[in-house]
Design a protein. Sequence first.
Length: 429
Amino acid sequence: ILKSEAKRSGHIRMGIADVSGNIKYTDGETANISDRVHFTNAKSGARGISDPLVSKINNNIVVCYGVPIKDENNNITGVLVAVRDGNELSNFTSSIHFGNDSQIFMVNGKGVTVAHSNKALVLRMDNNFENVKKDPALKSLVDLESRMLKGENGVGEYTYDKTTKYMGFAPVKGTGWSIAVTVPKSEIMAGVYNLAERMAIIFAIFIVLSLAASFYISSNISKPIKLASDCLNVMATGDFTKEVPAGLLKMKDETGALAKSIGIMQKSIRAIIQEVAKETANVNDVLLKANGDIEKLDKNIDGITATTEELSAATEETASSTEETNATSEEIEKAAESIATKLQKGSESANDINKMTIKMKTESVSSKESAVEIYNKTKVSLQDAIQKSKEVEKINELSEAILQITSQTNLLALNAAIEASRAGDAGKG
């Protein structure tokens, strides 16, 4: 039965060992396996599997599996052992490929290599924890294998022999082993680089498409804005006759709103210009009328100027009369003094004449002062009248007053002359 099962399952041999470890295989070979792990684990009631080891029968690399055999009372009475080719694990790991230059290996709980594409490493039970003592360059790899021995899952990076590799590892359940896959970083990154190149190409295409779309969109946006700008430039030159394009006014976006606002502004400015032109015509009429009034005022000013010249001549005449009055007064004063001297020697009539003379002198002085006062007032009034040349009627009234004063002054001067003449005659008598 065991031979048939060994053949069916691909085992090298199978056998049953007693509790002392003595075993007889299906091929007739016998051995004592009491020191083997797969036996001791099975004897304790658990399933056991050995690391790849050298067979005690033919020194080949084998892997042994052991399961306990129990009686009706659940007592272990022996161990069923199956022996398989130890290179199967290495063949299995070699059959797995990840990329072009990957490596897969397995280590046991002590770091011993139990499967590797390089079967010589398995045969000599290679252990990097021992190798690192002689080759410190293995330290980064040993650090990762230390995590493997702890049963961890993980990924790491190590460098050995100037080659940087990524390593992923995970425990193999039920065996105490851990399997690892190593791939050169350059090979892993090649895919990334290819992806980056593809992304760069896609990005470049996206940029080109974006630029094209942006150009198309900006053209559709900038063209209406350019038309609106042209309309504003025309209006800036003072030409408000050019209408806003109907196409812009029909647009429903912000550009259309801008065009409508430009149209409203254009109409408003037109209305303002028309109103300004109308008001300008009105102002022109007012200016023409004002010009006529100014011409009339010029004529009135010419008349005032002539009147003022006449007043000036009259004033000069008055001044001459006043000077004559002053001279006459002086003569009267001298005559009065002479008469007063003679009256001391004369009669009562001389006294009367003397009194009359004194009276005449007083009146003459008073007339002189009145004439001077009238002259000064006339001069001030004349200056005020000249400054207020528009008040023609007042100037005429003032002229009449001056003429009257002049007449009175002349009359007073004449009276004084007559009295002086009389006084002179009386003095002679």
